[in-house]
Design a binder for this molecule. Structure first.
Ligand code: GLU
Length: 434
């Protein structure tokens, strides 16, 4: 049975890189009907924080990477000590007292040899351990080092495949020596390629090294983010980019992961995100959006018109790249005091349009039916009568009603705002009626 693990250190939030490692482990387990194990590497009691453990678990759950087993290294110190003493007794390690420290460290005698590892992604890699110093297994304060705890646990947890970031490649020979010394079978290794920022170099805060919880706050749907993470180092083939995770589970194999480094491109993420949002069930989107609208106090805790908001969601859905876009773009449907962008006002409402706006209001009042089509007809009649171009009036009306220069079709905006609010917002710009 395939057993893989994701082994985060809770010294920070779950970021893009960690989430991709978690995804590829989880996906491989699901693809091969194996087990996905979560191991919290919290041996450093100073830097490890409970809040990060919670943040990591919440982010993994939100992404849908459900784990089959969970372990905390901080609760396993006895096991590491036992194995360290085994190596001591066998003469493969020695004790050393550090100056000024009370306890004694246990140190592994690194045997000089050549090591060959067949990495499932990178192929054969050779190391010469002559360059590796003797390795601390247990520090003088009794805590195990990463390499040692990792090997003891991977063996104890019967991990068959170690799938992790390329940044750990230099640890691999050290770990391979420890497996041998302890008489454990060496697992398969698969090192995932580096993720670079769009301008090259490591991911920085600006280029995407942001916590998964922040992407959630920014309004990405979890399946969209997972889909994007997937594309960072794997392609489903046939130029498919938008892929359901259950489809991916059927197709995925870790040996097909790209060898070359990946580039984190926010624009691409937004494109994927838009694909998910535009095809989402509007009812489900509404469920995700209601808390955001409540947080903004655009609607109350209850007593809002759900069906009306659902229609607004449908009006914007095709353009959304983030859930929050709806909150930002559709604000004018919810606020009493319309905020008008100063540039938009300067560009489209600087001239006096009192006459035109008054006539348009009259047209709206005279409509037999207040529906999208009739509103458009009324508008077309007016521009014909005034002998002006549509756009001379469309943009100013849009800015007066929405505060923005872009948005959904104007006649739909008017219809959903309703006649009263439309008249009120236009009147604001009619001299003598303010
Ligand atoms: N705790 C290590 C990390 O967060 C795990 C490395 C590994 O997967 O072996 O990078």
């Amino acid at each position: 049975m395939i057993r893989v693990r994701f082994a985060p250190s809770p010294t920070g939030n779950l970021h893009i890189g960690g989430a991709r490692t978690a995804l590829f482990n989880w996906l491989y387990a699901r693809a091969k009907s194996g087990k996905f194990i979560l191991r919290i590497e919290d041996t450093d009691s100073v830097r490890s924080k409970q809040e990060f453990v919670e943040e990591i678990l919440n982010s993994l759950s939100w992404l849908g990477f459900n784990w089959d087993e969970i372990y905390y290294q901080s609760k396993r110190f006895d096991i590491y000590n036992e194995y360290a003493h085994k190596l001591l007794n066998e003469g493969k390690a020695y004790q050393e007292k550090a100056i000024g420290k009370s306890g004694e460290a246990i140190i592994f005698k690194v045997p000089q040899q050549k090591i060959k590892i067949q990495d499932l992604i990178r192929g054969g890699i050779e190391f010469d351990t002559a360059l590796i110093k003797d390795q601390v297994l247990i520090k003088s304060d009794g805590t195990p080092t990463y390499n040692f705890a990792c090997v003891v646990d991977d063996a104890a947890m019967q991990i068959t495949h170690v799938i992790r970031g390329d940044d750990h490649i230099s640890n691999t020979p050290k770990q391979a020596l420890l497996y041998e010394a302890l008489g454990f079978t060496v697992p398969e290794f698969a090192h995932l390629p580096l993720i670079m920022g769009i301008e090259g170099g490591r991911l920085s805060k600006r280029t995407g090294a942001t916590a998964i919880s922040d992407y959630r706050k920014m309004g990405y749907l979890a399946p969209a983010l997972v889909n994007y993470l997937l594309l960072l180092s794997w392609a489903p083939g046939n130029n498919v980019e938008v892929i359901d995770i259950n489809e991916a589970i059927k197709l995925f194999d870790v040996t097909q992961v790209n060898r070359t480094s990946a580039t984190f491109d926010l624009k691409k993420l937004d494109w994927i995100s838009n694909q998910y949002l535009k095809n989402a069930d509007p009812e489900k989107l509404l469920e995700e959006l209601l808390p955001l609208l409540k947080a903004k106090k655009y609607i109350g805790e209850d007593g809002f018109d759900r069906d009306y908001i659902l229609k607004l969601v449908k009006l914007f859905q095709a353009r959304l790249a983030h859930l929050n876009d709806f909150v930002d773009w559709a604000d004018f449907f919810f606020v009493q005091e319309l905020k008008i962008s100063p540039e938009a006002e300067k560009k489209f409402l600087a001239q006096d349009l009192s006459g035109e706006f008054r006539l348009f209001i009259e047209k709206l009042d005279k409509l037999g039916k207040f529906d999208i089509l009739s509103i458009e007809e009324g508008f077309r009649e007016l521009v014909k009568e005034l002998n002006i171009e549509s756009k001379a009036l469309i943009h100013p009306i849009r800015v007066a009603l929405t505060g923005k220069t872009i948005g959904p079709g104007l006649f739909e905006v008017i219809y959903y705002l309703g006649k009263d609010r439309t008249k009120e917002r236009l009147s604001h710009w009619i001299k003598g009626e303010r």
